[in-house]
Design a protein around this ligand. Structure first.
Ligand SMILES: C[S@@+](CC[C@H](N)C(=O)[O-])C[C@H]1O[C@@H](n2cnc3c(N)ncnc32)[C@H](O)[C@@H]1O
Length: 240
């Protein structure tokens, strides 16, 4: 089956919320907790929007499994290195000062064992003392979006409609594209993206095997919890 993000790639940046707040938050964490960081790896880098926003002072590497998303990322950040891999199994022969896994990328891994593997992969690519910055959609966020009416986005001449269903612990995002063929004719395409909700306490437990907690936050200005919109965790790699 084609990766749903290959389908989504041409529309992703037009409809995804502007990542400037996420980038500003990451830069503030780097300044506060790892000011000498130079080498940054993003697991699930998508179209490279976050890497592009970090500026030219870093060596940047991105991993994603979608060739469509990577194609956009390579055009957008030609100075970065990109690899096509699954983030649960990726093995690069290099280590980094910072590993990012943001914009609910980890939710796309649909088993808790898979989340453990991603966390282990992040740890294995970090220098001791390196930072892992992870965010995730919470149960609260999925309940919220599943209760919302569908979103419609006009992109060029096409219309993309999205809605979400939540059957705990799995959320399914439905993407329906009406591709304009002529003035009054459209071709319909459907795809789905599945995300897993994992309780924040379990995420913190999983991190504890490799990391010490530096800070947690959420998009509401509190600490990450299951009612947050999106939880953010910053953790420091323990010495091996
Ligand atoms: C919501 S997008 C986030 C992209 C980027 N981090 C951002 O902030 O815009 C999720 C990305 O994770 C990638 N992804 C999902 N599951 C993956 C996996 N198991 N291995 C590698 N990439 C994955 C998708 O292809 C997609 O590009």
């Amino acid at each position: 089956m084609t990766d749903p993000y290959d389908f989504f790639a041409p529309y992703y940046d037009a409809i995804n919320e502007e990542p400037s707040e996420r980038i500003a938050l990451i830069l503030s964490y780097l300044e506060d907790h790892h000011p000498t960081a130079r080498r940054i790896l993003e697991l699930g880098c998508g179209t490279g929007a976050v890497l592009a926003g970090l500026g030219s002072g870093y060596e940047l590497v991105g991993v994603d499994r979608s060739s469509g998303m990577l194609e956009v990322a390579r055009r957008r950040v030609p100075t970065a290195m990109f690899h096509q891999h699954d983030i649960a199994t990726v093995q690069l022969d290099e280590t980094f000062d910072v590993v990012l896994c943001v914009c609910d990328t980890i939710n796309h891994v649909t088993t808790t064992e898979g989340w453990q593997q991603v966390i282990e992969r992040a740890a294995s690519h970090l220098e001791p003392g390196g930072l892992f910055i992870l965010d995730f959609n919470t149960r609260g966020r999925f309940l919220d979006v599943a209760d919302s009416t569908p979103w419609a986005h006009e992109v060029d001449d096409n219309t993309l409609v999205m809605w979400c269903e939540f059957e705990e612990p799995l959320a399914t995002w439905h993407l329906r594209l009406f591709e304009r063929m002529s003035d009054n004719q459209f071709r319909r395409h459907d795809t789905r993206i599945t995300e897993l909700s994992v309780p924040t306490s379990i995420v913190l437990d999983m991190l504890g095997n490799f990391f010490e907690l530096v800070t947690t936050s959420d998009t509401e200005g509190g600490i990450a919890n299951d009612a947050s919109h999106r939880g953010v965790i910053v953790a420091r790699r323990l010495a091996r």
